[in-house]
Design a protein. Sequence first.
Length: 322
Amino acid sequence: MSMLDNAIQSIQIGMEDFHEEDERRVLSAIRNLYAGILLLFKYKLQQLSPDGSDEALLKTKVLPAIDPASGEVVWVGKGKKTVEVHDIIDRLNTLGVRGVDWKLLNALQGIRNDIEHYFSPLPIERMKEAIANSLHLITQFCEPHLDERPVEILGQECWDLMLSVTTVFDAELASCQTNLRSVEWPFQEVLDAMDHMVCPECKSRLIKAVEPTAHRDAITFMCQSCQSESLYIDVAGHAVEISMASVNHWRARQGDEPATCICPECSYDTLLVHENECAACFFEFEYAHCEWCEEALSIEERLYSEGTCGYCQNRYDRMMAE
Ligand SMILES: [Zn+2]
Ligand SMILES: [Zn+2]
Ligand SMILES: [Zn+2]
């Protein structure tokens, strides 16, 4: 059986398991779905591997060898270990596969990993999210890059079920996002982190603010998936930390200081240096600027000084010593 047949079968089995709506089968459904999607991408890597390279693009380890016929250097796959998600993404990217939203694959991997460590009943909504992500990935990938129409390879029944689940999930997600967008967030950085807001209990993106008119730490959330209620600090802390990590990454590449630091109060990396306030718990340093020269204090100075910058403190110490 070809790798493509394996991929299709795995996705079909995943969807059959979902149909049963039985908790234990949901688990195997997500495993199969995820495995199937990965196989689709691996199939492309297999196809792109040069002849006689022992499927080099699929292998974690690739070594140079001399082709006995031509005497030229060729890259050959070694061992049994095959590429994992980040290699798959890297390789397909450099091979010119465009138009696939890899964030969806990362999110799918996240759901797959979560279910392995999840002990209480798995909310069915997480399964729906996995199906919706898979469908979007299949749509973006199959026809443009495999020259296959999804409905033709997966079969009408499997495809229709995926479509109907996705339609419902996407509508729920859109309604949650409309709700979250209507909240008056205390900082622009929290609004920018909206796509990373998830239920702290089940990690579902289907959360809504209970009172969209509430302010700051009075904002609470209700999960549409597992029905648990959560606090502003837990949702915003996690989301802002993730979104600021990429902001800080870009700043570092340009030689700039990070825009956030670890908050001494809540431990999230969400203390907005410019605002001198934590986006998660609203902790503020007593001093953000030097009392004497009014220069912005560094994080160290905010933590340990009595409101003076190192320069002024030095000058003062020297003066006192004279
Ligand atoms: Zn939840
Ligand atoms: Zn804090
Ligand atoms: Zn100063």
